[in-house]
Structure formats: C-alpha cells, structure tokens
Ligand binder design. Structure first.
Ligand SMILES: Cc1ncc(COP(=O)(O)O)c(C=O)c1O
Length: 386
C-alpha cells in the first residue's frame, strides 16, 4: 500500500513555477512571472521591524498575532471600510497563502466541491485539493468591455456536494474588480445554498477603477456568517518576502482560529509584525505611489501588447497583471518557454489559471516602466512571428 498520500505524489509545479524554475536569478531574463515589483519594502517598514528585533522581540507571541498588530488591523479596516469590526474576528496569518489554507481547512473535507471563480491563482486549487476537495471552475465572462461575473454560471455549478465558493477581487490574473452589486448577489446565492465563501482581497488597494479600496465582503457580510475575508501585506506595501497576511473570520471561531494558527505555523514572525503595523499606520503615500506606477505600467501594456492584432486584452481594472488571449495559441506553456529562451522574458502560462485559459499568458506589470517596456517589445516581436 502506498505510504505517501496519492494527492501528494501527484502534485505538480504550477505553470508559473514550471517556467521560472530553470531560469531563476538569470540576469539576462526580465522577470514578469511572479506577482511582485522590483521595489524593496519601504525603509520605514524595514526600520520598524529592525527596531523590534533590537528590542528583543524574538519570542513566541499569541498565535493569532501580536496585540499591537491586531489592534492596528482593526483601526485600519474600520477606517478603510467605515466599520466597527469585532476585534476577535481578526487574525494575523503567516501569509495570505496560509490564510487560504486555513479557510480551506475550515470549510472543506474529502469529497466536497469548491467553486473557484476564475481565471484564478493556481495555489488556491491545490489548497482545496489537499483537503480532498474537488474544484469546479466557473469562469468570468468577457462582456465585450470587461470581465464580469454571471451569477447564473455560479448557480449552475452548485451541486449537493458544493461546500464553498472562492472569489478573488481585485483579481489575479485578470485584473477584474467585483462591483458591489456582484458581491452582494454572490453572497446572497451562498446564503441561499448554505455555502461558505472565501474572499481573497489581497489586492484591495491595487485599484485603477472605482473606489480605493475595492468593494469588500467585509462591507456586506454579517459578523458570524461562514465568510472568510483574506488579505495580506505583500501586494499593497511591497512586502512579498515578509510572509504576512491577515484574515477576518466568523465571530464564534476565535478559539479554533487560535488552534489552527498554532498548528499551521504558531503565528507570523513576531518582529515582522512590527513592520506590518508601520505599513498600516504610515503606508498611505507608498500605496498611492505604487498604484500610480502600476497604472502607468498598465497603459504601457495596453499600448504595446493590447494593440497587437493577434491579441485580445481587456484593460485590467486592478491588481497588476494582464491576461491577454493570443489568437491561435494552443500551448501556453510552450509559448512561455519560447519567450524565456528567445526573448529572455519570464511570463506565466495561462493553462495554470483554471479551465479554458490555454490561449492566454499572464504578464505581471509591476516592475520599473522602461524595463517593462523593453520586455513587452521583445514579447511583441515574438507575437509577430507566431
Ligand atoms: C490571489 C492571490 N492570493 C494570495 C496570494 C498570496 O499572497 P501572500 O504573498 O500574502 O501569501 C497571491 C500571491 O500572488 C495572490 O495572487
């Protein structure tokens, strides 16, 4: 009998890592594959973490986060969304990714189904599958001008095994931002069918269209509904290497959330949490300047790639990715490997973002604009040859 679980033996790298692994750190390659910029975390955040280290903040802390950061998160979220969140609903997690895992642990078990609203970030599918659940992909629609959620598609995917829905807004990889009406309707559907909802809002401040922050399920859902609102520091404050996130969970789950935090990683790194607090308290100028940079970069992507006759590209509304469809593309991984070898540009393969994405590639547009333009022009050259 097999000793290692079959689900583990079957794991494969994503279509992001499969392309990147052989060429990580190659100075000739312009990397547009991972979801991050080339800006180091701002100095005031680094200094706050250094000061915490110098104060000797190197001990275990409450597994759901330091009192200071949890209080800081309540102040930040209350201000941002005009709420008065119950403090016990807020937990610090050692990354948004870990909070995805925790939400799956709370909602899914062997044989369950989870609806993933896609195109979606592939690690979420793996987290669900590790719980023994099966993903059912429901794709946003191209409505001619933007990506849009058709609630009837979600409703049609619900079966007696469905336990939860995952939605990510603003979205990686499409840049879709859920409108308030779309969010309220989705939550109502979940209520009617008794489903849990995992709302991944890690790009909540990476917004080009409408209000900053993007509409949040924190604004629609009640305190004790089975709604898990996930977020983190990586994308708004250039803190991808810090591995810190947070989650807002149903009120009655205080104790289970503490136990899950203990078992998963016994809380986020304590001195990093001091950096997170500085980001929340003093990070608004950085957030605004980063959005400005990525908005400008989005325009460059639309100009260089979006205008190509073989490309269909809906303008990203948020996050910092473009997800163009390339006419005639049938093997996105092969195309990304060619782009790496011939153009020295690192991009991610569309197939990995869920069903029906084989004709797409994902471009992260968060790096410095002239370097981005160079990479995009090289890609455009490849498209010409297709
Ligand atoms: C949709 C989505 N959720 C979660 C994450 C993970 O964020 P973190 O770095 O905080 O783990 C990412 C990272 O790319 C993402 O795109």
């Amino acid at each position: 009998m097999a000793v290692i679980r079959e689900a583990i033996e079957r794991l494969e790298l994503s279509g992001i890592s499969k392309v990147a692994m052989g060429a990580l750190g190659d100075p000739e390659v312009i990397p547009l594959w991972f979801g991050e910029s080339d800006i180091a975390t701002p100095a005031f955040i680094r200094d706050a973490a250094k000061a915490a280290l110098d104060r000797g903040e190197t001990f275990y802390s409450y597994s759901r986060g330091t009192a200071a950061l949890r209080a800081g998160l309540k102040t930040y979220l209350d201000r941002l969304y005009g709420l008065d969140l119950h403090p016990d609903r807020i937990s610090v997690a050692g990354s948004t990714m870990l909070s995805v895992v925790v939400a799956c642990e709370c909602l899914l078990t062997e044989g369950d189904e989870i609806i993933l609203i896609g195109p979606y970030w592939p690690n979420v599918r793996v987290a669900a599958q590790l719980m023994g659940a099966r993903n059912v992909d429901v794709r946003l629609r191209d409505d001619g001008t933007r990506w849009a959620l058709d609630l009837a598609d979600v409703a049609a995917a619900i079966t007696s095994r469905t336990k939860a829905v995952y939605v990510n807004t603003p979205s990686n990889p499409t840049g879709w931002i859920m409108r308030e009406a779309e969010g309220r309707a989705l939550l109502d559907l979940c209520r009617r069918h008794g489903l849990g909802l995992i709302a991944d809002e890690v790009y909540h401040r990476n917004v080009f269209v409408g209000r900053d922050p993007a509409p949040s399920f924190l604004e629609f859902a009640g305190d004790d509904e089975p709604v898990f609102v996930l977020n983190g520091f990586s994308k708004a404050w250039a803190m991808t290497g810090w591995r810190m996130g947070w989650m807002v969970t149903p009120t009655h789950l205080v104790e289970p959330m503490a136990v899950l935090a203990e078992c998963n990683n016994t809380g986020a790194t304590v001195f990093a949490q001091a950096g997170g607090l500085a980001a929340l308290q003093e990070g608004e100028d950085f957030v605004a300047s980063f959005v400005e940079r990525t908005r400008n970069n989005r325009d460059i992507v639309m100009e260089v790639i979006g205008s190509h006759p073989k490309v269909r590209l809906l303008e990203p509304e948020g996050a910092f990715y473009a997800f163009p469809e390339i006419a005639g593309l049938t093997d996105s991984l092969a195309f990304c490997r060619t782009a790496l070898q011939r153009a020295k540009v690192g991009i991610a393969a569309g197939y990995t973002f869920g069903a029906e994405n084989e004709g797409h590639i994902r471009i992260c547009f968060a790096i410095e604009s002239e370097r981005l333009r160079t990479a995009l022009l090289r890609l455009r050259g490849l498209l010409d040859e297709l």
